[in-house]
Design a protein around this ligand. Sequence first.
Ligand SMILES: NC(=O)c1ccc[n+]([C@@H]2O[C@H](COP(=O)([O-])OP(=O)(O)OC[C@H]3O[C@@H](n4cnc5c(N)ncnc54)[C@H](OP(=O)(O)O)[C@@H]3O)[C@@H](O)[C@H]2O)c1
Length: 353
Amino acid sequence: MRQGCPYGSHRVLEPVGSLPQAAWKVDHTRPIYDNEMLIDVTTLNVDAASFRQFKETAEANVGAGKEKLEAEVGRLLMEVVNTRGKLQNPVTGSGGMLLGQVAELGEKVQGRDGLKVGDRLATLVSLTLTPLAIDEIKAVRLDADQVDITGHAIIFASGVVAPLTGDVGERLALAVLDVAGAPAQTARLVQPGDTVFIVGGGGKSGMMCTAMAREAAGVTGNVISMGHSDASCQRLAELDAADIILQGDATNALETMRQLEAATGGEKADVTINCVNIPDTEMTSILCTKPGGTIYFFSMATSFTRAALGAEGVGSGATMIVGNGYAPGHARVALNMLKTHAKLAEILTRMYL
Ligand SMILES: NC(=O)c1ccc[n+]([C@@H]2O[C@H](COP(=O)([O-])OP(=O)(O)OC[C@H]3O[C@@H](n4cnc5c(N)ncnc54)[C@H](OP(=O)(O)O)[C@@H]3O)[C@@H](O)[C@H]2O)c1
């Protein structure tokens, strides 16, 4: 069996010498190397910012009909995978996760995580570094950012995976695991008594962060969650975890700051968590956070330049944290939330099953 690098550099085609995440193109072909796991893929959970971009491009190409849109999103996705050997959206740079079953284990990864051929799993490493080949697109679920396919993926020795035990529906598990880093980081960042502001609070990660912030801030804390559309605000009302629900456009920084201040009697947030799937919301997060507070940019549409220069421009010394998708124990935290937060589980089940 061929010997591979633990971080997958042996799969990089372009540019030579880079690691798979930074690579433009990776080799997704079989056979596998000694430190790899081959997965028969059944579902892709496409990152929300990426899926939105695919949908917008598809709409521009073919118009608004559901079937035409589904077909076009599938075609665009296939084109990226065929070109790059992985699902990394060239515009947003983001990927997603996958669901599948173990097809083969290399010599060096026999028995890892207790897995054997045929076991079902979700990957916790990004599709942006996962060699992937799609044979067929079987279904595109426009409302869930998920795509059913037949194909294969390759996971390196260093890639984290979550075996699926069957106690949570697979599509729901995949959706929740995709954003598992967000509630786990919220639990670390929010202290009792904090004022917490969640931007994009009515989305998947936003609702999880709102529920987690409620728990971590305690009865003396103040959790303010902001939705955009009527639908996401209604989800937040049903979730019943935020003290205050705001509705607005997070690309309008001054207006959002005024809304927050009006709702809190002039107070800004100790911790702001940005969970939107659109660009240009950095200044909202900065202006709504105390100068000595903390901003967690979970959104993949965040621009480092806009955040850094924007904070400098308004004299904010807030600590800004890059939304690392990994946090120790994040998968357990996320899946456990489905057991401990009945309303969250109910809403997400409706959205993703
Ligand atoms: N850091 C990481 O490792 C990591 C991992 C996975 C995902 N992500 C990123 O996390 C973000 C959230 O993912 P998700 O799956 O939770 O997405 P999601 O379920 O699609 O939620 C995104 C939310 O953003 C809201 N939004 C859109 N436009 C807005 C606006 N103008 N003002 C205020 N809110 C607006 C949407 O509200 P409406 O529906 O009402 O418009 C929606 O509720 C995405 O950017 C995704 O790429 C990061």
